[in-house]
Design a protein around this ligand. Structure first.
Ligand SMILES: NC(=O)c1ccc[n+]([C@@H]2O[C@H](COP(=O)([O-])OP(=O)(O)OC[C@H]3O[C@@H](n4cnc5c(N)ncnc54)[C@H](OP(=O)(O)O)[C@@H]3O)[C@@H](O)[C@H]2O)c1
Length: 306
């Protein structure tokens, strides 16, 4: 039985991924900051303390592969200077610690999958649904662009240790248990379809089940190596997304607009990301053989809102 160690396995993506790995017959160890217990078969928890540089070595020694998802929630709180630093540090320091442990200790890890994000890319200025950003495009010179660059850099040397390194630049994950979709659903509860800014900005998203399947696919496909965008092949404008959500929720709804200036007041600097248009290409992972179960936002929302 293969053992996968998941950092951040208690989070929104990690919980679904854990279930998927268990169903596929893997042994799962979740690396977490808090001591936890479980009665689920083939699942256990191990502790790490990134600030102190401590990690459960026994857990690392058992791992055949690592999926690294840990990091402070990017959109959970307002971006103060302190918060922005915590977002960077939690990713860079955890990546550095994993590199240190893998380089200093004999281990049997064959594959390392690391999360990154589409925040790597800058805004596309033409709002075109064709020709999205590819993995070879440079990082944007912005807070999120620089964060993603440092995040990816923190684990880059793992690829030179004889371990297959795969980095997934994850899009906005749609999940019915939280995350971005829950925020979009809040106004829909009142029959409102709340379009952000002018609504023309492109949202590059992915259904959480496709993301988890993509992580498993990356683990199980030896030819997959390097950086891949983890987004659905059909991005959508904010307006279409909001109207599709509203249609799925209520037969009658009222479109409304939240102007950009108001978003800036409500969200602060984070509003830049909400208003940013980013069209990201899924071509590389598709060419590698990955098939999406939810390529369109309509299919994804029908599944998530049923
Ligand atoms: N959800 C999205 O739309 C999305 C989009 C792009 C990229 N991503 C990336 O994918 C990864 C997983 O996303 P998610 O939505 O599942 O995140 P999540 O629900 O916020 O979970 C992240 C996990 O990271 C751990 N964590 C939080 N703060 C930490 C810190 N300071 N130091 C070490 N560990 C910390 C926590 O685990 P413990 O409390 O158990 O330690 C938490 O459960 C994240 O890195 C995220 O940035 C997500």
């Amino acid at each position: 039985m293969q053992t996968v160690l998941i950092t951040g396995g208690t989070g929104m993506i990690g919980r679904s991924l854990t279930t998927m790995f268990l169903e596929k017959g893997y042994q799962v160890i979740v690396l977490t900051r808090k001591q936890k217990r479980t009665h689920r078969k083939n699942l256990s928890f191990a502790k790490w303390d990134i600030d102190k540089g401590e990690i459960d070595l026994e857990a690392v020694n058992k791992a055949d592969m690592i999926v690294h998802l840990a990091g402070e929630g990017v959109a959970d709180k307002r971006w103060t200077v302190k918060r922005k630093q915590a977002i960077v540090d939690s990713r860079v320091q955890s990546g550095n610690l994993l590199v240190k442990v893998l380089s200093e200790n004999k281990n049997k890890v064959k594959t390392f999958i690391s999360a990154s994000a589409i925040g790597w890319y800058g805004p596309d200025t033409i709002n075109s649904l064709k020709d999205g950003f590819a993995e070879t495009d440079p990082a944007d010179n912005s807070y999120l662009g620089n964060t993603c660059q440092q995040w990816e850099q923190s684990t880059a040397t793992i690829g030179k240790m004889g371990i297959r390194l795969v980095t997934l630049r994850i899009g906005i994950v749609f999940n019915n248990k939280g995350g971005a979709l829950a925020e979009f659903l809040k106004p829909a509860k009142f029959g409102l379809a709340t379009i952000l800014g002018n609504g023309k900005q492109i949202v590059s998203w992915i259904h959480y089940k496709d993301l988890c399947r993509m992580i498993v696919f990356a683990i199980e496909t030896p030819a997959i190596q390097g950086t891949y965008n983890a987004v659905a092949p059909q991005p959508v404008t904010n307006k279409k997304l909001v109207l599709t959500i509203a249609k799925n929720k209520y037969p009658i709804y009222f479109p409304s607009f939240v102007p950009a200036f108001l978003l800036k007041i409500i969200l602060g600097e984070m509003s830049v990301e909400v208003l940013k248009s980013v069209n990201i290409s899924a071509q590389k992972i598709q060419v590698a053989g990955f098939l999406f179960d939810y390529p369109t936002v309509e299919e994804a929302l029908i599944d998530l809102m049923k």
